[in-house]
Design a protein around this ligand. Sequence first.
Ligand SMILES: [Zn+2]
Length: 86
Amino acid sequence: MGKVLFWVVAFLGGLLATRVLAQVAAKKMYNDSLPKQAGTQRVVEAEAMVRCAHCGLHLPESEAISKAGANFCSQAHATLGAKSPR
Ligand SMILES: [Zn+2]
């Protein structure tokens, strides 16, 4: 009887130790990957803003229409051209 009890306790102790070690390893991996992901997101979010040469609207550079060295918010404003600043 004592022998069986010893093996049950040894088995449960081994399971507990494995779980604790796995949790520590998972937490360490999560903490290591967290700053890198945040840095990548910050780079993706920071997009250059440009000003429409006709109406002055600010918009992301990827959505702007470039014409004759100026940026415009829409095809209509690109056709109308740059308006002289007041
Ligand atoms: Zn515009």
